[in-house]
Ligand binder design. Structure first.
Ligand code: COA
Length: 326
């Protein structure tokens, strides 16, 4: 895993006693990660689910629950306050009956309401739920932080030699307009800084500085203009091809005057198909480790796991999530 980022997160959260809710208490990987956190004491894990079912999952996986904190949403004593907060946050879009139903039946909504009401600092879910089902409750209830219109998702990609790159948006927005791409570029650069990476941002395309003429390339070029207007100090270039962005020799040919070409370490893909395919190619063919997706732009941290995640991934993402809460 991305040792630098994980270590930074561990350092920043130590001693802060942050609480992370894990709604998928019936998943053995989630339970194992929660128990390891309980044991390590860097953060406090809280798992959701039925005590008896969780005990069964633990027995089958050879895990000892000890005094791990478990909340069963069905018997939660503060249930009515969560319903109130749900209805209030939805401002007329969800009725009280709908809120009660969702809080009883969908642990992601329950977890998000614990975050919203400040009872926990963040949520990690998605070992058993799709990305959409994991993040929709957060989008609806936690919503974006001030000044941000779109939540987006990044992957931290770590090369076999330990070099760290950031890819976005690999998780949330299926398509983005120029101003939205610009916002993702700015937010991703901020996330990169949080993770200790000095950002050089490439807005990727099949064209470099007008080498091809198409509306899709123009959209990316416009995103760079918007990003520069909004964040004049941001080192950002686009539209630019991946080879010109990453390879100094190609950069000399294709974009000799660029402050980013050949040095890029933050890559903004033009849409979700490109972003998601791109990170998987780096992972499967390039041997890069992929950490994430890590969501950015939310008012409080919620992160999505891949359904193929390991207990170690869950453990690591809990620390990243806690660090985002600071
Ligand atoms: C994120 C996603 C689930 C939202 O889908 P949806 O539920 O159909 O979206 P809706 O348009 O109904 O939006 C639901 C709410 O979230 C908000 N929302 C949607 N996308 C958002 C975004 N990127 N940022 C902030 N808010 C967003 C909407 O404004 C809406 O709020 P409202 O209910 O208060 O009006 C959808 O974009 C999606 O499935 N994305 C791809 C996920 C995926 O498969 N990723 C690849 C695997 S990692």
């Amino acid at each position: 895993m991305a040792q630098g980022i994980i270590e930074n997160a561990r350092e920043s959260i130590t001693g802060k006693n942050l609480k992370i809710v894990l709604p998928e208490g019936n998943d053995p990987r989630v339970l194992e990660a929660a128990l390891r956190h309980k044991e390590d004491g860097i953060l406090t894990p809280i798992v959701l689910g039925d005590q008896g079912e969780i005990q069964k999952t633990a027995d089958q996986a050879g895990l000892k629950l000890g005094d791990l904190k478990i909340i069963n949403p069905k018997y939660y004593e503060g249930f009515e306050e969560l319903v109130d907060a749900f209805v209030e946050a939805r401002k007329g879009k969800t009725t009280r009956e709908e809120a009660e139903f969702l809080l009883r039946t969908n642990p992601n909504y329950f977890g998000v309401l614990l975050v919203k009401t400040g009872l926990v600092d963040g949520m990690v879910s998605g070992a058993r739920h799709t990305t959409g089902d994991t993040i929709r409750p957060a989008l609806q209830i936690i919503r974006t932080k001030p000044g941000v219109k779109r939540v987006s998702g990044i992957m931290v990609m770590v090369s076999p030699e330990g070099k760290q790159l950031i890819f976005a948006d690999t998780a949330v927005n299926i398509t983005l307009e120029s101003d939205e791409l610009a916002e993702v570029a700015i937010e991703t650069a901020k996330s990169a800084e949080t993770f200790g990476i000095d950002p050089y941002v490439a807005l990727l395309s099949f064209s470099t500085h007008g080498s091809a003429h198409h509306d899709l390339a123009t959209k990316v070029a416009k995103a760079k203009e918007v990003a520069k207007q909004l964040a004049p100090d941001l080192r950002v270039d686009g539209e630019i091809q991946f080879d010109a962005a990453i390879d100094p020799e190609t950069a000399k040919q294709k974009a000799p005057d660029s402050e980013v070409a050949g040095k890029a370490n933050v890559f903004i893909f033009p849409d979700l198909q490109a972003g998601n395919i791109g990170y998987k190619i780096a992972q499967r063919l390039g041997g890069y480790k992929a950490l994430g997706p890590i969501l950015q732009g939310l008012n409080a941290p919620v992160n999505d796991l891949s359904r193929g995640c390991s207990a170690q991934d869950v453990y690591d993402i809990c620390m990243i999530t806690a660090s985002q809460a600071l």
